[in-house]
Design a protein around this ligand. Sequence first.
Ligand code: SF4
Ligand code: SF4
Length: 341
Amino acid sequence: MWDASKCDFCGDCLVKCRYVDYDKDKAVSEIRLLMEGKAADILDRCITCNACFQNCPTGADPANLIYKMLEKIGTGTIVASFKPYIDIVTRAFEGSSGGSQVIEGDPDKPVLSFDSFLFTQFPEGTLESRMFKGMTVVRGKKYASLVGMGHMGGESLAERYGQKVIEGLAELGKDIVYLHNEGYVLAHVKAKELGIHVPYKYMHLFEYMRDYLKNNQNDITKLNKKVAYQPNCAVRWIPEQDVWLNEIFELIGVERVSRKYEGLNALCCGGPALAVNKELALNIQNDNINDAIENHAEAMITICPMCDAVMRDQTSKAGLPKIFITDLCRMALGEVSWPVS
Ligand code: SF4
Ligand code: SF4
């Protein structure tokens, strides 16, 4: 959460932003404008990649300042594009609790939360996997993380409705496994910032799958493949997920190639950028995919259904298979085959 008292006006956040070309003076003047509650150039050009959250050396969280101001000023391209969707989500939270689904599972197994995504946004057969069989499964507005709304001009939604979402999950009376990064971020990062108590145990999908694979190593056939990983923007809040992912890769015999656009230098999938500048979005995707191919990746691994969807055309054109992380693990368990490129 933005903390003005931590900002020393170094300008690093916007000088290091890959999507603008500001020098230090321009970066600092932009931050000053935002701090004064005024419109600034960055509000028309930010693609909400979240990188400046990590690039700020003092922990002031400039990304949060930008997202708050995107919502307050309300004229940026990204806000205008997504306003109808933000209005729908807001009306849903202000109205009845409909629009959510619960598939009851075994009493002794945890809940798998799909956030507000549709089941069809994940690979076919995901719920039939032995990794998830018997889990209670939930999705829909009541279980929406809301964290992603910051990308669309709805930064305040987590603050306004986050408590309701946590209460909805608590009512299930079970441990929660978050299939999407942003659900985990609401419970693990935003809840603390917003003073919301999380009264249940929770884990990230990677922790859950790592533990499953560790406990079922005899069922694994090592894939012996090299891959590139496309993190989604929420990963910036939970860099620890990288360790869990590496443990999964080791268990299933997958090597993550070393490449330029990795870790702090990871590129946005291009999704939010499509609303701001389509040419920029396609250039980002091409740079990202070419970097993976040049470094001998045999597939691009995704964790977010949005990244997965928006990268589909370009990975397909480049002949680089794109695999959702759950499917990658299912391949090692013999449930699905490695794609034919
Ligand atoms: S969120 Fe990303 S695009 Fe926006 S200012 Fe920060 S680094 Fe730049
Ligand atoms: S928000 Fe952080 S990176 Fe940006 S100017 Fe302030 S201290 Fe520097």
